[in-house]
Design a protein around this ligand. Structure first.
Ligand SMILES: O=C(O)[C@H](CS(=O)(=O)O)OP(=O)(O)O
Length: 246
């Protein structure tokens, strides 16, 4: 099954047609994917991913002011006038239950926007890795793991998570005929499998956002299989797969 799977290392490394009729798993470990999974696990009604502030503003104007929260960041910092940053730890049950979260981030929400032509878009992270793997085991479409990366560049933690998904799907035995992207992600995971958190703590992200994003946030996002839900995009809104009409 891993022969029908490829990995794109950033949200800018594919063309629209590369995703047509495929099932995409968008991976932005730090932090958009982890925040979406967490918000939905904690009872958010849905997450609306937006690519910029204008879009966020337009959507919010059509909603009852009590019904939603605006979450997001620019360079890791809360956007003026927003309720929350995109820290998963801020998306706690007492904050998000029953609310729609409009989420605006530098990479993750834009990656979803760019993956628009896929047949299905799922959201993956270390937190819900098992749920992703279980779903992909029965997937009929070709699969593409889209790492959000950072501003068009590769991010270590996203590729590592893609490698972990592939490793589980092939039970640690990747075929020689797998795509190059799958081989690279798998190899990265093999190297760092026993040291996920430490290796991510010395990634470019951790260095770049030191003092802005807390170590608690990063540690939280490195936990594997803490949450069991699988977010999926449905008509512009992300909900956990069991809650959607599909
Ligand atoms: O806030 C985050 O975790 C990042 C910030 S940055 O773009 O890596 O500086 O955004 P995200 O879209 O969640 O990757």
């Amino acid at each position: 099954m891993t022969d029908a799977l490829d990995v794109f290392v950033s949200a800018h490394s594919f063309r629209e047609k590369d995703l047509r009729d495929k099932t995409v798993v968008m991976i932005d470990v730090l932090r958009a994917s982890s925040t979406m999974v967490t918000a939905l696990h904690h009872g958010a009604k849905g997450v609306i991913p937006v690519g910029n502030m204008d879009e966020a503003g337009k959507i919010s104007r059509n909603l009852d002011s009590e019904s939603f929260l605006m979450s997001g960041e620019k360079n890791g910092v809360k956007i003026d006038g927003y309720d929350l940053t995109n820290s998963p730890l801020e998306h706690a049950a007492d904050v998000v239950t029953g609310k729609t979260v409009i989420l605006n981030t530098t990479n993750g929400t834009k990656a979803i926007d760019r993956a628009d032509h896929a047949d299905k878009i799922l959201v993956g992270s270390f937190l819900n890795l098992d749920a992703v793997v279980k779903h992909l085991q029965d997937e009929k479409n070709e699969i593409v793991l889209v790492c959000a990366g950072w501003r068009g560049r590769l991010s270590f933690e996203d590729l590592l998570c893609a490698g972990n998904i592939i490793y589980e799907l092939c039970s640690g035995n990747l075929s020689n005929t797998a795509a190059d992207g799958a081989k690279v992600a798998f190899g990265l995971y093999e190297k760092f499998a026993d040291d996920i958190e430490n290796s991510i703590m010395s990634s470019n992200y951790a260095e770049r956002l030191e003092g802005i994003v807390s170590k608690d946030d990063i540690s939280y996002c490195c936990q594997r299989n803490e949450l069991q839900n699988l977010p999926a995009l449905n008509k512009g809104i992300i909900t956990s797969l069991d809650d959607t009409a599909n």
